[in-house]
Design a protein around this ligand. Structure first.
Ligand SMILES: Nc1ncnc2c1ncn2[C@@H]1O[C@H](COP(=O)(O)OP(=O)(O)OP(=O)(O)O)[C@@H](O)[C@H]1O
Length: 254
């Protein structure tokens, strides 16, 4: 029996006024798969993330998650169902500890708004869950560390742990590895696989080394169109991709 894909994007389009930011985008994603999403500035990567996470509605097409049309679901409902997104700009509270940051993410997901500030027990429960998650990570000894005192790479790892605390089935990572070395990026993405092996991941990254090493397949966007979706090997030799990415792919020794 063939399982239905976790995510099905079907003929999605989005315009801003006269600008067609996305045109006829279709692809599938299976549980456990990592898809790299690459393309030059303005290609439409963030617009696609906004549509998948419910911050923008497409003008055309359909997004199905676990075989359901999620077009009418708001970002909170999607997050509670396992569609979890990170942003280019970190959302951590630098003055709080790692543990408290994770706990607040867990509480926010429960949709209790600010009432949880009064709920000491809810916070204690969330912090206990956060400690469990941390124990299995390279930041096991940093539960009480103030995030603002950590290295840049460690802070990016806190971003990922916050996303993982939300039990993602589909994890949308927007440039999580920017500013990291290839080794740090591999460690960060390894953590996703270690803690959530069956989550599907869509990764936006500008670093071609990271994308070609870490992704099972790569989707190439250019001017709002999907140029190709294929394995890294095939993407390297794809003629239209080579045209769009001549310089970057040349550095990959294709
Ligand atoms: N809210 C908006 N209003 C008008 N135009 C927009 C809006 N959001 C995005 N665009 C335009 O849509 C196109 C795609 O933008 P998008 O941010 O999705 O590209 P991107 O591939 O994520 O680029 P980058 O790598 O620079 O982040 C761009 O031309 C951008 O200027």
């Amino acid at each position: 029996m063939t399982l239905a894909p976790l995510l099905q994007v079907d003929a999605v389009g989005k315009s801003f006024g006269a600008l067609q930011a996305l045109d006829d985008i279709s692809f599938d994603l299976k549980a456990g798969e990592t898809l790299g999403l690459i393309g030059p500035n303005g290609a439409g990567k963030t617009t696609l993330f906004n549509i998948l996470s419910g911050f923008l509605a497409p003008d055309r097409g359909q997004v199905r998650f676990m075989a359901q049309d999620i077009g009418s679901w708001d970002p909170m409902r999607r997050a509670q169902s396992g569609v979890v997104r990170t942003f280019q700009k970190s959302l951590v509270f630098p003055d709080m500890s790692v543990c408290r940051n994770l706990a607040l993410a867990l509480l926010a997901l429960q949709g209790d708004g600010y009432r949880w500030w009064g709920g000491r027990r809810a916070l204690a429960n969330a912090e206990a869950k956060a400690r469990q998650l941390l124990a299995a990570s390279p930041l096991a000894d940093d539960c009480q560390t103030r995030v603002g005192d950590m290295s840049y790479g460690a802070q990016r790892m806190v971003d990922i742990l916050i996303a993982l605390a939300q039990q993602p089935r589909l994890l949308l990572l927007d440039e999580p590895t920017a500013g990291l070395t290839v080794a740090e990026a591999a460690q960060l993405l390894g953590l996703v696989r270690q803690l959530h092996a069956d989550a599907a991941v869509v990764l936006i990254a500008h670093d071609m080394d990271v994308v070609f090493r870490e992704c099972d397949r790569i989707a190439v966007l250019n001017l709002g169109r999907l140029v190709a979706v294929d394995t890294p090997e095939r993407i390297r030799s794809h003629e239209a991709v080579r045209q769009a990415y001549l310089g970057a792919l040349a550095r990959q020794e294709v």
